[in-house]
Design a protein around this ligand. Structure first.
Ligand SMILES: [Zn+2]
Length: 77
């Protein structure tokens, strides 16, 4: 289990937990509740809501699936 803590501890946080469909690893990403709410309600794009997340971490937020695992499932020739 991977735990990523990107929260500012003085604010409310939300823990997004989902499972990678390829390697079955459970990922938990702790993010700012306000940013999460604005992303889920469509007020912010994910890169604006969570600018501190890497592209890989954003994919985990969206689908739970690691980029490396996507590449294994759908290798590019
Ligand atoms: Zn994976």
């Amino acid at each position: 289990m991977a735990l990523f803590n990107f929260s500012n501890e003085s604010r409310n946080t939300y823990v997004q937990t989902n499972m990678c469909r390829h390697c079955k690893e459970i990922n938990s990403i702790i993010v700012d509740m306000d940013a999460f709410t604005q992303w889920r309600t469509g007020k912010l794009f994910i890169q604006d809501a969570f600018p501190h997340l890497s592209a890989d971490d954003r994919e985990v937020m969206i689908s739970g699936t690691h980029i490396a695992c996507w590449n294994e499932m759908f290798p590019e020739e």
